[in-house]
Design a protein around this ligand. Sequence first.
Ligand code: UT7
Length: 325
Amino acid sequence: MTIKRSIVLGTGSYLPQRRLTNAELAEMVDTSDEWIVQRTGIRARHIAAEGEFTSDLAVKAATRALEAAGLTAQDIDLIILATATPDNTFPASAVTVQQKLGLTSGFAFDVHAVCSGFVYAISTADAYLRCGMAKRALVIGAETFSRILDWTDRTTCVLFGDGAGAMVLEAVEAEGTTADRGILTSHLRSDGNHRDKLYVDGGPSSTQTVGHLRMQGKEVFRHAVSMITDVVEDAFSATGTDADALDWFIPHQANRRIIDASAKKLGIDPAKIVITLEDQGNTSAASIPLAVDAAVRDGRIKRGDLIMLEAMGGGFTWGASLLRW
Ligand code: UT7
């Protein structure tokens, strides 16, 4: 039996030039490099320049992904942008990206699932591609969290950064086995009962302001490992695969301790974990495609590798996607 699979044709990413170190943050709020490194693993993050918007970061990452795929924007008929920090309340920043890429065909929209945004976005693209509504998708995670941080709140401002990552996906015929290239399975979850643990205290309908990110960090941490391991286990059991079969574990980059504890619980060899948070912080929906692109460009990810992507964040939302490169 042949089925359709969404394979990755190319990846790209972009980090703003300005790099903000822990030492610089220690001059702004009551914190230290030692505390941030010990509790999170983060040493620096990148901050978008004045006048540099989420759509600008997204376009740079997308352009690199298209180059890597050997395609032009005209080859794309679907753009999905995962972001919680759009340029404007509307239109969707994906439409701005479409315009900046010079595209007037196909369709584009944003997906809003905060840190889980990229997993939600690629599984959405995968569904459109497999059902035939689109042929080639550009899936982007892009964020400017620096714009929604309270820079006087040491419990949150040290954690996040700006950036973007992108993937080009194409639907192809496949055998329907786990040896196929492409997205093999995706598992998404959400539970709005946790909405007050990680949220932004503003919005068009509630306050008519943009608001600032608020988080009960310890509470998020408490749920993160079990939620992550649950969906990853679901992806393993849906495909008859396991931690040993995995070549790369590419988690959302929120906190080194969450990543290590999740990998340990899942029995994943630490050598298989891709970590980028040290120099990027938590870039929300951008963190997974940024990490994937880093591991593709430095040669770690090779054709045929089995890769698990996972994320958990505001909502709560969480999810995992298993794919063969
Ligand atoms: O991307 C989506 C989801 N987000 C996450 O996954 C984040 C999840 N949470 C975390 O990563 C961790 O909970 C944090 C990194 C946010 C905090 O680490 P923690 O080990 O849970 O620390 P804590 O909140 O229990 O705080 C310990 C102490 C507190 O002081 P007291 O009450 O013990 O005197 C905090 O006030 O550390 C203090 N503290 C800081 N000290 C220096 C909190 N932030 C800072 C800081 N610098 N930046």
